[in-house]
Design a protein around this ligand. Structure first.
Ligand SMILES: *Cc1c(COP(=O)(O)O)cnc(C)c1O
Length: 393
């Protein structure tokens, strides 16, 4: 029998079926029902946040944040180029312009280049950061905690405070990541900036099929996000609406899955750690690739593992490597293509993109599902080494 190790699949070993059945039995399947509030409460407790609003997706959470903080047509928003495009598209939903910034070796936004962009390319005039060349106001920065790895929030928050920028944390990959040291000790990814968005898509650390959540530094802000997500309905009887709302609310069916998944989250993170440690051991001293680290002074959810391959030593492309691994029964994926090179963003402003170019060519994500056994990890590592060995110069 051919063995197959998937990259990242959901794990439904808990109360998922029971809770979904309950939601169906009660007839509450849509945007009302007890599981939604329960999931929001569980998330608030877990994240030590005052309030969290459950919504349709991580993308919706990011969009709601941009709406709430007043990003309008013609504004600018600073974003990373090395990330999933959902972190950037909501900027365009608001008819605002993204500015692309490079990553550093953590794969997250480079805080030095962020600061440099604000200082060199913009003027700070009466509390507003104005991009010199276009005279547009830079209102916010979207920071992504790539693969569960905390971005350098101490530096980023310093810059944001200096230039009066709103900070939206795309924590869609980082539910459970927190600081263990420093100024933000005990603070979770998504609860440091002004807004934090989470995703429960199928391959994230917990899943509701599709779904997400959003939090904010102030509880009344979260109440407003929740209100916007439910068509901005002011009155439950007379359909009074004082703002343009959205159909972004999570359903009770999704939330039933989410409540079950939250019960398992600590166990999922432990499994991620165990498997990551084993990969680290198996690739120690390996000459063709190394496993990337997570930030020191943090406890990461270690959602996705990255193998940095020495492409100089390889004949062929990342596509060849992935295809050979697939034949060996090991499913992997390349990191994202850079967003500023995608058709909708080719004319956008970029600031000194260097490292992202390098990492977009050499990072391979390797199997990381929570169900993987030690034997699965050893098998994956063996096949990866065999394939890279065969393709090496
Ligand atoms: C998954 C993801 C999103 C979007 O989340 P959805 O729930 O799929 O909308 C946004 N940004 C990043 C970095 C992601 O990985």
């Amino acid at each position: 029998m051919n063995r197959f190790i998937p990259l990242s699949i959901p794990n439904f070993g808990g109360n998922e079926r029971r809770y979904v059945d309950e939601a169906i039995d009660q007839g509450w399947v849509s945007t009302g029902g007890a599981f939604i509030g329960r999931l929001e409460e569980n998330l608030s407790l877990f994240l030590h946040a005052d309030d969290v609003a459950a919504c349709q997706s991580g993308t919706a959470g990011l969009h709601l944040s941009l709406i709430d903080c007043g990003v309008k047509p013609g504004d600018m928003v600073i974003v990373p180029t090395l990330t999933f495009i959902a972190a950037v598209n909501p900027v365009r939903y608001q008819f605002a312009e993204p500015v692309f910034i490079d990553c550093d070796d953590s794969l997250c936004m480079d805080p030095i280049k962020l600061e440099e962009f604000c200082k060199q390319e913009c003027d700070f005039i009466v509390g507003k950061l104005i991009h010199r060349k276009t005279q547009k106001q830079v209102k916010a920065v979207v920071v992504v905690h790539i693969f569960g790895n905390m971005a350098d929030m101490e530096s980023i928050m310093n810059t944001a405070q200096r230039y009066n920028l709103i900070v939206i944390e795309d924590s869609t990959e980082a539910l459970g990541t927190f600081y263990t040291e420093g100024r933000y000790k005990g603070k979770y990814a998504g609860t440091i900036g002004d807004y934090g968005a989470y995703s429960f898509n199928g391959n994230k650390i917990i899943t509701t099929g599709g779904g997400g959540a959003v939090t904010a530094a102030k509880a009344d802000t979260v109440a407003h996000l929740r209100y916007l997500s439910t068509q901005a309905k002011d009155d439950s009887h007379y359909y009074i609406h004082n703002e343009v709302g959205y159909n972004y609310r999570m359903t009770n069916l999704q939330a039933a899955l989410g409540v079950a998944q939250m019960e398992e989250l600590p166990d999922f993170i432990e499994r991620k750690h165990r498997n990551y440690d084993l990969y680290k051991e198996l690739f120690a001293g390996y000459e063709l690739g190394k496993i990337k680290e997570f930030r020191k002074g943090t406890y990461s959810n270690q959602w996705f593992y990255s193998l940095e391959i020495d492409m100089e030593k390889i004949r062929g492309t990342m596509g060849d490597i992935i295809a050979q691994l697939e034949k060996g029964g090991v499913q992997t994926r390349a990191i994202w293509g850079l967003i500023h090179e995608q058709i909708p963003y080719q004319n956008s402003i970029c600031y000194r993109i260097e490292k992202a170019r390098y990492y977009s060519r050499c990072i391979l994500n390797i199997p990381c599902s929570t169900q993987l056994t030690a034997d699965d990890i050893c098998y994956s590592a063996d096949i990866i080494k065999k394939v890279l060995g065969e393709l090496s110069r």
